[in-house]
Design a binder for this molecule. Structure first.
Ligand code: R5P
Length: 293
């Protein structure tokens, strides 16, 4: 009994009120009322201390084919995996090049259906059992708000994915697409993000824009930002910094990492901004130092 008392005493000292340290730090917007499996998966995506994530996106091939930087996934992406918290990819690239031993959270691209060569937004969703089979920590589903032809279909895809997600305990990330005709402003992104969250998305991926804090504040779940087209490294780090400072819970970044002149240096500099609050100048200096090596 004395030993047990000792253990309980130490537990109280180490863990405050007996809640594991990780849980005390894991405050993720909108996740309080989720079930254990959902929280477990979200805690794999988001660093439990910073509450943020560096998600490496390389699902571009599902609509673009072998785009620049992704011609050889084994050479362009595999060396970067160690620096990411989570990987956003298709099940094809996951099974063909991502080592199952990498231990990274998988945000599985779970909608598909058309390519850049036709109408991008005409998608369906994959069988959620396959997401469970590959131990996905989230399913990513594209939603085309404002698209005359496919808005309803893509919102329905999200709704079905959320049904499936709750059935199997897998969170859903709503991916806000931007058609050529849509304005890339806070009004549009807050509308699209909120619609994703209201339809049950547990994470929303959108874009940084002027007035981004409005997008974050009106969305009840965490927002991660896509990097978009390749920018000079310093500008891409400024984009990350501004997004994080205005409330983003991380980045879901692809081209600005894998098309960088030094991708491994770039993803580490992005980590510095996301997890260690580096300023753009500090992160750029880190990038340049690492790129020399
Ligand atoms: C686009 O096909 C995907 O949703 C990408 O994963 C997303 O746009 C993030 O990649 P990037 O930072 O290159 O925009």
């Amino acid at each position: 009994m004395a030993d047990l008392d000792g253990i309980l005493e130490n537990k109280d000292k180490d863990y405050g009120i007996g809640i594991p340290v990780a849980n005390q730090h894991f405050i993720l917007k909108g996740s309080d009322n989720l079930d254990w499996g959902m929280k477990d998966r979200l805690a794999r995506i988001f660093n439990v201390k910073s509450g943020r994530t560096v998600m490496l996106a390389f699902d571009h091939g599902y609509i673009m084919g072998p785009t620049s930087g992704l011609e050889r996934l084994d050479l362009g992406i595999v060396p970067l995996i160690e620096y990411a918290d989570s990987l956003m990819c298709t099940r094809g690239s996951l099974r063909s090049v991502v080592p199952p031993t990498s231990g990274k959270a998988i945000c599985l691209r779970s909608s598909a259906g058309s390519s850049l060569l036709t109408d991008l937004n005409n998608e369906c969703i994959i069988d959620p059992v396959d997401a469970v089979r590959v131990n996905a920590s989230a399913m990513a589903v594209m939603v085309a708000i404002g698209n005359q032809n496919f808005e309803a279909k893509t919102v329905e895809n999200l709704a079905r994915a959320v049904d499936n997600g709750y059935k199997y305990g897998v969170p859903v990330m709503g991916v806000t697409a931007v058609g050529r005709e849509m304005a890339r402003d806070a009004r549009y992104f807050s509308t699209a993000s909120r619609i994703c969250a209201e339809n049950g998305a547990n994470i929303v991926k959108t874009y940084y824009c002027e007035g981004f804090a409005k997008v974050v504040n009106s969305c009840p779940v965490p927002i991660v930002i896509a990097g978009g087209k390749k920018l000079p490294e310093k500008e891409a780090l400024e984009l990350c910094y501004n997004a994080i400072n205005e409330g983003a819970a991380g980045v879901d970044m692809g081209r600005n990492v894998f098309q960088s002149e030094a991708p491994a240096a770039m993803i580490q500099a992005v980590r510095g901004v996301v997890h260690d609050n580096l300023t753009p100048d500090q992160a750029y200096e880190m990038f340049r130092d690492l790129a020399k090596k």
